[in-house]
Design a protein around this ligand. Structure first.
Ligand code: SAH
Length: 299
């Protein structure tokens, strides 16, 4: 069988726009902190070869194997690290790199992770409620539900999922957890569908609940803040940083941290408003619909 059709693919979002702001040149050292399956990284590597160096980071060990495979097909020097990008200082220490010329962050989950049924990211695929991007670390969504009080769970669904029926869902979840236990994705999805009114929305009623749990399990917002509080120390003057986010809370963090750095005269903001995907890209790749790109330059 042809490998390309057998493997699900992740189509990278806003690639041309990201390259346009990153401006990778031959000889540059570029840090891709969410290398995933290497969709953006391969294009960057093409621009910085033959003397450039790409450092790729991902907290998902399995996806790193995919990146290794696809990056190996191009000429260009790269090294991959299994780490959380909030530990970027440790990664750069190991790579023996003081300053980089470009930084890319393409947040959220990869289509490969969503398609891998046993990871528990998707409510359409029966699986244990795991949702960890790094399966070697941290607590699963199932543990999280088990540990949280009804009130804390409701707050989480409200804050990270903007779920308007958060209280009602949290009550039903805790009731089920205390009786039969919530073990699988499809069980949770069915429960949410049962207790929420059927609206006109085309999205599944459990979409927001799954998003909220995923953000909490992976500490996505905390890690982003930690990262943004230190990355400028590792950027050479003139280095560019590009961040693609998929959630309004993430975009707000990026916007505010960039503004903070701009006030300190550390960054010049290159995108007054976030860059979004055009109609053509959205038609080809629905994932790009909610993407927002912001960029800044180290001054
Ligand atoms: N740009 C990539 C896709 C990135 S998808 C491509 O074109 O292929 C987002 C990736 O970021 C996922 O693989 C996920 O595992 C990883 N990730 C998310 N949060 C992370 C974190 N805090 N540290 C390291 N990797 C993270």
């Amino acid at each position: 069988m042809d490998d390309k059709t057998a493997n699900p693919v992740h189509v990278p979002v806003l690639v041309e726009e990201a390259l346009n702001y990153l401006q990778p040149h031959p000889g540059h050292v570029v840090l891709d902190c969410t290398v995933g399956s290497g969709g953006h990284a391969i294009r960057i590597l093409d621009c910085i070869k033959p003397d450039g160096f790409l450092i790729g980071v991902d907290k998902d060990m399995e996806i790193l194997q995919t990146a290794r495979q696809s990056l190996s097909e191009t000429a260009g020097t790269f090294k991959l690290y299994h780490a959380d990008y909030s530990d970027v200082d440790e990664v750069l220490r190991q790579a023996r790199v003081d300053k980089v010329n470009g930084v890319l962050l393409d947040l959220g989950v990869s289509s490969l992770q969503l398609d891998q049924a046993d990871r528990g990211f998707s409510f359409t695929k029966e699986a244990p409620l795991d949702m960890r991007m790094d399966r070697s670390d941290g607590i699963t969504a199932r543990d999280l539900i088990h540990r949280l009080s009804e009130e804390a769970l409701a707050d989480l669904l409200w804050k990270y999922g903007e779920e308007r029926y958060s209280r009602r869902i949290a009550r039903a979840m805790q009731k089920e957890e205390k009786t039969v236990g919530i073990a699988t994705t499809t069980q949770l999805a069915a429960l949410v569908a049962r207790v929420t009114p059927r609206g006109k929305s085309k999205i599944h009623p459990a979409t927001r609940v799954f998003q909220a749990l995923r953000i909490a399990v992976n500490k996505e917002l905390e890690n982003l803040e930690i990262f943004l509080d230190k990355i400028h120390h590792y950027m050479a003057v003139g280095a560019r940083i590009v961040i693609i986010s998929f959630h309004s809370l993430e975009d707000r963090i990026v916007k505010n941290k960039f503004l903070e750095r701009a006030r300190e005269n550390v960054f010049r903001i290159l995108t007054k408003k976030p860059i979004c995907a055009g109609d053509a890209e959205i038609r080809e790749n629905v994932r790009s619909r909610s993407a927002k790109l912001r960029a800044a330059e180290r001054i």
